[in-house]
Design a protein around this ligand. Structure first.
Ligand code: MF3
Ligand code: CO
Length: 256
């Protein structure tokens, strides 16, 4: 007999969340270190090497290296590149770029995952506003994470925040549950309808990751089969935090 089973969202115990907090803090720490290395002239390949060294020095493992064949530790995406930029020794960062670093670790069997878009030196007013709006949309999503709210409330908060300022949210990539696997149930879209979707309960851990475009929401994958860029070539930004639902509300795990 076949019957419909709703996808299972794995709830984490307090002890599991303690481990995920260590993983999340490590990712936050390494993103901070990489930000300090984002000088004009540095290559994305050099940054990736630093990321791997830092992960190893904490006794952790890189989560993305080898994931579905991904060839590096971090995803480093510049300007119109949205996600999954592959670090290269011939790709140099320039003053005025915005650079997204997305990185994951595995620590005692649990994943940590976070991303941020950083300005390199002085960037355009357009870029500055994009970064602010994308960060704000993540903050407004986190403010909705509490028991009793539904996932659609979180998704909608991101969408409203971005669209009200005239930006578009990407449809093709979404956030996710996270735990013993990098991608667990439920998918966490950056768009949606309030009062829909699974109800949030303590023990859920979500990777919430708004991806916001200055132009249209359409993106495409380049011939390297990884790098995702905006179709119109305009700027985009991506911020990701791992958030645990608690009895009172939530706790952001990817902070120092
Ligand atoms: N950071 C991405 C996410 O949040 C995953 C990157 S997958 C990889 O889901 F293959 F590029 F590593
Ligand atoms: Co993620």
């Amino acid at each position: 007999m076949h019957s419909f089973q709703p996808p299972v969202i794995e709830l984490k115990t307090k002890l599991e969340i303690d481990i995920m907090r260590e993983a999340g803090r490590a990712v936050a720490r390494i993103l901070q270190i990489l930000f300090t290395k984002l000088e004009p002239g540095v290559t994305t390949g050099e940054l990736d090497k630093i990321a791997l060294q830092e992960i190893r020095s904490l006794g952790m493992n890189p989560a993305f290296l080898g994931y579905r064949g991904y060839p590096a530790t971090a995803c480093i995406s510049i300007n119109e590149e949205l996600v999954h930029g592959i670090p290269r020794n011939d790709r140099r960062i320039c003053a005025g770029d915005i650079v997204t670093v997305d990185m994951g670790v595995i620590h005692n069997g649990y994943y940590g995952d976070a991303a941020a878009t950083f300005p390199v030196g002085v960037v355009s007013a357009e870029a500055r506003e994009l970064l602010q709006v994308t960060k704000d949309s993540l903050d407004s999503a986190i403010a909705c994470v509490k028991p009793g709210n539904r996932l659609g409330d979180v998704s909608r908060a991101i969408q409203d925040c971005a669209e009200q300022k005239g930006y578009a949210v990407v449809r093709d990539y979404v956030g996710h549950g996270i735990g013993r696997k990098l991608h667990e149930e439920p998918p966490v879209p950056n768009f949606g309808k309030p009062h829909t979707g699974p109800r949030l309960v303590p023990g859920m851990v979500l990777a919430i990751e708004p991806m916001v475009n200055c132009g249209g929401y359409q993106v495409k994958t380049l011939a390297d089969e990884w790098t995702v860029v905006t179709v119109d070539g305009r700027l985009c930004a991506h911020f990701e935090h791992m958030v645990a639902v608690t009895d009172e509300g939530c706790e952001v795990l990817t902070v120092l």
